[in-house]
Design a protein around this ligand. Structure first.
Ligand code: AMP
Ligand code: ZN
Length: 112
């Protein structure tokens, strides 16, 4: 997608603090962190959001959770706890229309 910020981050056109990358996903620090650990995990494939998911995306979504698990261990938040969050649509506050998973931790999170 030509004008998509997260596609540009994934392909290196826009700089980010990358913490993990592979053939399916990339993960980078959120530019406006809400918690001590705030990482965005995004598929390399341009998927606009949860509403745009299809059967063929199953592998990517499963993979994203395994990457989140790995990163939570690397950032030493796996035992203390963390939250994985996806905003979908305007009521949820989705700003970037490229599917992304927030990995939040390093502090006690407010109950939702
Ligand atoms: P959402 O509100 O779920 O769409 O989340 C978008 C997230 O992207 C927000 O937490 C922003 O702080 C983050 N963000 C926006 N631009 C960048 C950027 N260039 N690098 C890293 N994170 C960004
Ligand atoms: Zn995109």
């Amino acid at each position: 997608m030509k004008d998509c910020l997260f596609c540009k981050i994934a392909n290196g056109e826009v700089e980010s603090e990358t913490v993990y990358t592979d053939e399916l996903v990339c993960a980078f620090n959120d530019i406006n962190p809400q918690t001590p650990v705030h990482i965005l995990i995004v598929p390399r494939k341009h998927i606009e959001g949860v509403n745009a998911l299809t059967e063929e995306d199953k592998e990517i979504i499963g993979h994203i959770f395994l990457v989140a698990r790995k990163l939570s261990e690397e950032k030493s938040i796996s035992e203390s706890g963390f939250r994985i969050l996806v905003n979908s649509g305007s009521n949820a506050g989705q700003v970037v229309e490229h599917l992304h998973f927030h990995l939040l931790g390093g502090t006690r999170l407010k109950p939702i």
